[in-house]
Design a protein around this ligand. Structure first.
Ligand code: NAG
Ligand code: NAG
Ligand code: NAG
Ligand code: NAG
Ligand code: NAG
Ligand code: NAG
Ligand code: NAG
Ligand code: NAG
Ligand code: NAG
Length: 444
């Protein structure tokens, strides 16, 4: 009996731990988000074809950052890659059956990566050579695609004999994407630069890859903390959101900023995709803090701070997605870019925020510079606005497309009972200063 009940407790404990983990691949804020790979055959050659392969990032807010994508597939027959432009395979493989001209790659399952910026012009094509970085659709549509060209040999030479490759894989740069089968679609059309002529591919196939946060990493990577001017309580990220500090089972799972071993721990990184986080109660690489800062008669103001606790990552072109009902009346935003996302066309409650180029679009590695901040000014809609029941706090936050774990709603800062006069008053200002002081202290 005792055994069973302790087992039950363990089970309940495990279940409550795993309830933090989102297992869904479907993203309600970007239900059609995908990366589509389009393979256009531009010409037939004596033993195969020349194709341009383009990856389109049709995700609103998930980008691929350095060190970039790796695209793989398995050839259906004995195809080889004679040459490439704007990309290269990571391994040549065994080309010993060839004499004279040696192909670029003879592997059955080639893996292609982008070339780096600064590649000589004669090896470039349009949309190439960005080190595998692809921006998100909303943030930078002009840089949301990546292309390379390949000349395929030992392949079919007509649209009847050519075989589509199988088993597409996309690493971006880690796991997370699952690609479907290639589907032959209507040939792509291309408009010439002067818009006076339309050409078309000889044959086209598409592959769609979708992202699952659960496949990418088993634990969350981001959490949210909250505070307000009307209550001095700072609600921290839930304990153990992204892992627990445990010296016994996982020594070195985090580092203390004052530790003399910090520098060697950072440089001895065995795998740059494994975060090396600063020791905190939540152990997340990223924390987003939402502070309800000021209350005016017609407006209210929020301060958002994103803090990087990962010593092994500079987040380039980071983005934040925030859901709050007052975004339909956002009046001003300081030092971040903003675009409204409307997943449910009628409701304008979701915003995408990202850094200003060359100012704060780089979220530096953990340390004194590892944070970015912004303030938002909302106009009150008298029929819905309230400081009660946590209304002023966000409903949902994503960092770089990954869901940030919120504190439980019953822990949100409460409005004091004597709350009838909340407009900016000396008392409020004092409380604001106190709250920000406490937050600053907690931060250091
Ligand atoms: C991929 O995204 C595009 C753009 O949102 C959409 O039109 C298309 O239907 C999506 N494809 C799939 C298979 O979901
Ligand atoms: C193959 O090419 C022929 C014309 O050469 C065309 O009629 C046919 O639709 C093409 N098939 C595909 C799958 O593109
Ligand atoms: C494709 O991948 C699946 C699972 O990884 C594997 O079982 C299958 O053999 C692969 N097919 C080819 C043609 O390599
Ligand atoms: C194939 O992909 C291209 C580029 O993403 C897209 O424009 C086209 O509509 C897709 N075709 C189909 C049938 O999904
Ligand atoms: C882990 O070890 C460090 C120093 O070795 C110590 O400061 C810290 O309190 C320990 N943490 C736990 C949770 O035991
Ligand atoms: C982050 O950028 C800074 C400044 O460019 C650089 O010194 C540091 O090594 C970078 N850190 C990582 C983890 O790439
Ligand atoms: C949503 O509201 C914001 C702020 O009022 C406005 O700038 C934006 O255009 C709105 N978006 C849509 C799709 O209505
Ligand atoms: C913004 O707030 C004003 C004042 O309450 C209101 O009249 C207006 O309808 C609101 N706008 C939206 C888009 O809700
Ligand atoms: C502040 O909020 C906390 C809940 O997070 C609550 O326990 C506390 O009573 C509130 N303080 C005041 C002064 O209302």
């Amino acid at each position: 009996m005792a055994k069973i009940s302790s087992l039950t407790i363990l089970l309940v404990f495990l279940l409550s731990c795993s309830s933090f983990i989102s297992t869904e691949a479907y993203d309600a804020l970007d239900p059609n988000g995908n990366i589509t790979i389009k393979w256009d055959i531009m010409s037939w050659t004596p033993d195969g074809y020349v194709a341009v392969v383009t990856m389109y990032n049709f995700q609103k807010y998930r980008h691929i950052q350095a060190p970039g994508w790796t695209l793989g597939w398995t050839w259906a027959k004995k195809e080889v890659i004679w040459s490439m432009m704007g990309g290269q395979t990571t391994e040549q493989g065994d080309c010993s059956r060839f004499k004279g001209n040696i192909p670029h790659c003879c592997k059955k399952d080639p893996k292609v990566v982008d070339l780096m910026p600064g590649t000589p012009y004669n090896q470039q094509i349009a949309n190439c050579c960005k080190g595998g970085v692809i921006n998100s659709w909303v943030q930078d549509p002009a840089n949301a695609a990546s292309s390379f060209q390949l000349s395929v040999g030992s392949a079919g030479t007509t649209n009847k004999t050519v075989r589509v490759p199988k088993n597409f894989t996309l690493k971006a740069p880690g796991p997370g994407y699952t690609c479907g089968p290639a589907k032959i679609v209507r040939p792509s059309k291309f408009v010439t630069a002067d818009q006076r002529r339309i050409t078309q591919a000889l044959m086209t196939w598409n592959v769609t890859c979708t992202y699952s946060q659960f496949l990418a990493q088993k634990t969350p990577t981001c959490c949210v903390s909250l505070s307000s001017f009307y209550n001095s309580t700072i609600v921290p990220c839930p304990t153990c959101t992204c892992g627990c500090q445990n010296n016994l089972t996982q020594p070195g799972s985090c580092v203390d900023p004052n530790s003399p071993y910090l520098a060697s721990a950072v440089s001895s990184g065995k795998n740059i995709y494994t975060p090396l986080v600063q020791c905190t109660t939540h152990m997340c690489p990223i924390r987003v803090h939402w502070h309800v800062k000021l209350n005016y008669k017609e407006y209210w103001r929020v301060k958002i701070t994103i803090t990087n606790f990962n010593y092994r990552m500079n987040y380039t072109q980071w983005n934040l997605v925030v859901q709050h009902p007052n975004f339909d009346n956002l009046t001003q935003i300081f030092s971040f870019n903003y675009k409204s996302l409307t997943p449910y066309t009628a409701i304008n409650d979701t915003a995408m925020l990202w850094g200003v180029k060359f100012y704060n679009d780089l979220l530096m590695q953990a340390g004194p510079l590892g944070n970015v901040q912004s303030e938002l000014l909302f106009q009150k809609d008298k029929s819905t606005f309230s400081f009660e029941k946590g209304w002023a706090f966000p409903r949902r936050i994503y960092f770089n497309g990954d869901n940030c774990v919120m504190p439980p709603p019953d822990a949100y800062p409460w409005l004091p009972n004597t709350s009838s006069q909340l407009f900016v008053s000396p008392l409020c200002s004092v409380m604001t200063i106190l709250a920000s002081l406490v937050f600053l202290l907690a931060n250091t």
